[in-house]
Design a protein around this ligand. Structure first.
Ligand SMILES: [Zn+2]
Length: 68
């Protein structure tokens, strides 16, 4: 059935692009990554600090080299 096939193809397309964000500047997918850094608190203890960053070609070099 052509009708059913069309529907399946459309559905697959929507799933594959769900949640994807393409950067308008570099035209690559923007990925969300979780970075874990350590922050020294006033009590002299190190606490893990979680950061969520969006990475695309524009900033991946900076983030991967520790500048964020
Ligand atoms: Zn970009």
């Amino acid at each position: 059935m052509a009708k059913g096939k069309t529907f399946a193809a459309k559905l697959a397309h929507e799933i594959s692009t769900h949640g994807k964000v393409i950067c308008p500047v570099c035209n690559t997918e923007i990925k969300r990554v979780k970075l874990i850094t350590c922050k020294k608190s006033k009590a002299d203890s190190w606490a893990p600090n979680y950061l969520f960053k969006k990475i695309c070609k524009c900033n991946e070099q900076d983030i991967l080299s520790g500048k964020y």
